[in-house]
Design a protein around this ligand. Sequence first.
Ligand SMILES: Cc1ncc(COP(=O)(O)O)c(C=O)c1O
Length: 416
Amino acid sequence: MTVTPPITWIDNPRASTIEHSQAVADLFPPHIARQTREFHSRIPGYQISPLKSLPRLAAMLGLGGIWVKDESFRLSLSSFKVLGGSYAIYSFVKEALGAESLDIFSDEGMKLVREQLGEMTFAAATDGNHGRGVAWSATRLGFKSVIYVHENTSLPRIRAIESNGARVVVIKGTYDDAVRQVNEDAQRNGWQVISDTSWPGYEDVPRWVMQGYTTMFSEAQEQLAAQGIIKPTHVLVQAGVGSLAAATLGFYSQLFGAGRPKSVVVEPDKAACLYLSAEIGDGEPHSFGGDLDTIMAGLACGDPNPQAWKVLWDTADVFVKCPDYVAAKGMRVYGVPLAGDPFVVSGESGAATLGALTFIMQRPECAPLRESLGLDSRSEVLLINSEGNTDPDEFRKVVWMGRHPVPDAYQQTVEI
Ligand SMILES: Cc1ncc(COP(=O)(O)O)c(C=O)c1O
């Protein structure tokens, strides 16, 4: 039986030739991170998420530093996603009221919104985390929410959405089918869709979602600066539809232009729509078919976000796809660190990039990739732990029971 290798990659050499990306300029104007951060900092309970340093692991892998933006406790919701949903709802409300600025969380702000907009229902499709963030934000602001999930969504994920005040609708098919269905039903019922992916004619909301994510990087830059680091030299970011990756690379391209960190976009091999789009190489986003059967639930998307794709086509240096055992290894490495490094609680989608980084640094066949990216002992690598323990049953199966072990053929490592 052939075993899937841990890392399959494709270079995107055009990214290093783009001096000015119009897609970046359109989606991430210079002021945007300050604006989103200002909004998030007014949410009751807001705190900067930790930036954790793993110096021992970095030394073992032959790197200068590994920095993990740990989103596992963001606003008590276990993932970064609420940053996007909340900012999109806020921006939508602000625009609907024609307001320049709005303190939406103050008593006065809430009263104004209720008076002017009345009853409103926000709707979203989700693999779990986005829906939870939209439900949480809508409830905080006194609105209703309806969240669509696909039939393979686990019960703990559904319960987590319901416990934040939403009605959950389960549909047949995949995440991409849920996106289509919620849009159709919303039109019939007069709901406002808060989607983390775009389609022709529906671009404002997903742009706001992506912009909302930049708060993470504005925080991370401050945290890195406090350690004497101006910018990461490399960033590895996990992708479903690509909105998180676009926000990451968009933020850094906006800030540093051609001097942005080298970037790697990581996807599950069972749902590698961005990798496929890079492989086809015509500059267009392409859909990845099949049942998207991966443990990385947050990354199980077959249709790229077209807006995000434009940013990634201009800025992502490498696209990687990897099997489930890579994410499972990442979860265990985070959870049981080398002595002296902090532990990190990381779910399947959150841990994919650390898993990938360990294989990239330690597998002999990844030497050309290490070289082309310039990954070495001077590298300061930024990772995003995009979720914590969002599905406790599955989490235990991996971390306690050892599900999805690294195949024997890929346990060998190179000496650094
Ligand atoms: C935990 C987690 N990480 C990463 C992602 C990927 O985000 P995107 O779909 O924007 O690529 C998601 C998406 O839901 C997620 O839930």
